[in-house]
Design a protein around this ligand. Structure first.
Ligand code: GRG
Length: 296
């Protein structure tokens, strides 16, 4: 399959839909919407929404029904990046190749833009209930699992542990816990929610969940590898930030070669998880393989 064309087509679909939700001219306080729009349309890969759409298709679902949930995931992801970049957290000036939200606007506006995106995500999911007529419990389950993944049991908890670990020596197990929560939880939720929205059986949902967990960890390991091997032009941010901030990383704890081998094994396992789903799962399998060669 042509992965590049697949990703491009899905990215366009997600962008078009996001634009209908967050339009710069809307709302009583245009400045905050402008800041939300600025960060949402700063050129992200749309990985989480595409994973959600692809998981829905992998179980025979209709991508259009998964679109609101897919867009909600991107809003939550963008909120997390805006807040992660704040002076109180990572204090970054560049994100996706452009000034971070607090640099472009100001700190208070960036905090509100993040808050606005997080809450809008749940409004958008609640609003799409008519699409789930007769199976609203599926939508409720999806909203609960996304809230769990984004909140203190997932991403927020992982971010807390990450901040507490800065400058400290931590074990591989501790590093894995941080990443499973900080980045893995939302990526897994993207895949699982797609499978649920698409009407997957419990067995299919579990297989996709297992794929999502391995994908999430492999994504983080390759992110750490990129921080060592990547370049500023391709990544839109400055590599070497982890070392500068004395953050524990997989290449730091395992060595670059072992980190690559581990990422390879996780991807192999993720691809194998979906074997029984056949051709419909090919885009997800290709996305997993792509992690090993990605440059952004
Ligand atoms: C502030 C509650 C809160 C959480 C922040 C996800 C996160 C938690 C922080 C991001 C820190 C970071 C750079 C982690 C590395 C992995 C990662 C999430 C990279 C960014 O995701 P991509 O590559 O970004 O999907 P794009 O820009 O393509 O959307």
């Amino acid at each position: 399959m042509d992965l590049k064309a697949y990703l491009e087509e899905r990215r366009r679909l997600v962008n078009r839909t996001l634009e209908t939700y967050i339009s710069v001219v809307r709302g009583p306080a245009p400045r905050v919407v402008e800041a939300m729009h600025y960060s949402l349309f700063a050129g992200g890969k749309r990985l989480r929404p595409i994973l959600c759409l692809a998981a829905s298709e992998a179980v025979g679902g209709d991508a259009r029904e998964a679109l609101p949930v897919a867009c909600a995931l991107e809003m939550i992801h963008t909120y997390s990046l805006i807040h992660d970049d704040l002076p109180a957290m990572d204090d970054d000036e560049l994100r996706r190749g452009r000034p971070t939200c607090h640099k472009q606007f100001d700190e208070a506006t960036a905090i509100l833009a993040g808050d606005g995106l997080l809450t809008e995500a749940f409004r958008v999911m609640a609003e799409c209930a008519p699409l789930f007529s007769g199976r609203e419990t599926v939508l409720l389950e999806v909203m609960e699992l996304i809230a769990t993944a984004a909140g203190y049991r997932g991403m927020v908890g992982g971010q807390m542990l990450d901040l507490q670990a800065e400058g400290k020596e931590i074990s591989l197990k501790e590093l894995e816990t941080i990443h499973r929560l900080k980045t893995g939880a939302l990526l897994t939720a993207a895949v699982r929610s797609g499978a649920l929205v698409g009407g997957g059986s419990r067995q299919e949902v579990n297989l996709l969940n297992s794929f999502g967990e391995k994908f999430g960890l492999a994504f983080q390991i390759t992110d750490d590898i990129l921080d060592v091997e990547g370049n500023r032009e391709e990544m839109g941010k400055t590599p070497g930030a982890d070392v500068k901030r004395r953050k524990a990383t997989y290449p730091g704890l395992l060595g670059l070669e072992q980190a690559k081998i581990w990422a390879g094994k996780l991807v192999e396992g993720a691809v194998a998880d979906l074997e029984t789903l056949g051709e419909r799962a090919a885009p997800l399998q290709e996305m997993a393989r792509y992690l090993l060669v990605r440059r952004t």
